[in-house]
Design a protein around this ligand. Structure first.
Ligand SMILES: [Zn+2]
Length: 239
């Protein structure tokens, strides 16, 4: 099992860990703890470096399998051994851009629910761009600029972004969480991590975020698409 350090400290750039298993075929190592986000919930994984006894390995992908985070190593050099101590370093630029993008997407969710009552049904993102799907029957072209203006006003207000981990029962009592469909979470999950943009949005979420919405920067509604009578997709970009 890999402890995900990025879930409680998304600003952690470097960390020490131990290799608990090695998969030679896929050139992957599992660590006991990591600051690499393994991807999930629409957010891509982090990249970076692992240093083991002076040898540097480029981390080309990180993926969670069960409770383990697999770190895929790029170079065609001998793999490190089980039990070895590693120093991990995250590619800060990519990571910070993903954090800003992810928080920007939650600002969009919060605004679209507050102003139009539309629920989010899904989303996906990459560095400095993302898309969100809403049950948003009244979405039309004229709203694009209105939404863009509103999300930039909210970003600039500088709301704190808070992370919490709640027992499942407690989380299910929060009406704002229910609207983001936590009831779809698998039965076995006993704790639910939440991301709150205090005063704007609250969601069950496993991803990484900035601490304050003022860090997000300028947001642009790049496009929108009708995916049927009710379902609408909104694309955003972060400058
Ligand atoms: Zn999210």
């Amino acid at each position: 099992m890999t402890e995900l350090l990025c879930q409680t400290d998304s600003y952690l750039k470097e960390f020490d860990a131990k290799i608990v298993s090695v998969d030679a075929e896929s050139r992957a190592v599992v660590l006991d703890r990591t600051a690499f986000f393994p991807g999930g919930g629409g957010q891509p994984c982090y990249f970076g470096l692992l240093t083991v006894n002076g040898t540097e390995y480029v981390v080309t992908k990180v993926k969670k399998k069960g409770a383990d985070a697999f770190h895929y190593l790029g170079e065609d050099i001998d793999l490190p051994e089980i039990g070895a101590t590693v120093r991990g370093m995250i590619d800060w630029d990519r990571r910070y851009q993903l954090m800003r993008t992810h928080t920007g997407m939650h600002i969009l969710c919060g605004v679209v629910f507050r102003d139009y009552g539309a629920l989010v049904t899904g989303g996906n993102m990459d560095v400095l761009k993302g898309r969100m799907d809403f049950e948003f029957e009244t979405m039309r072209g004229e709203l694009v600029r209105e939404i863009e203006e509103a999300i930039n006003i909210e970003a600039k207000k500088g709301y704190d972004v808070k992370v919490a981990v709640l027992p499942r029962e407690e989380a299910f009592k929060i009406p704002d969480l229910i609207r983001t469909k936590i009831n779809l979470l698998p039965e076995g999950i006993t704790e639910i991590r939440t991301i709150e943009i205090v005063g704007l949005d609250l969601q069950a979420d496993g991803g990484t975020h900035v601490q304050n919405t003022s860090e997000v920067g300028k947001l642009r509604v790049a496009d929108y698409k009708s995916k049927g009578k009710i379902n609408k997709r909104i694309y955003i970009e972060v400058e």
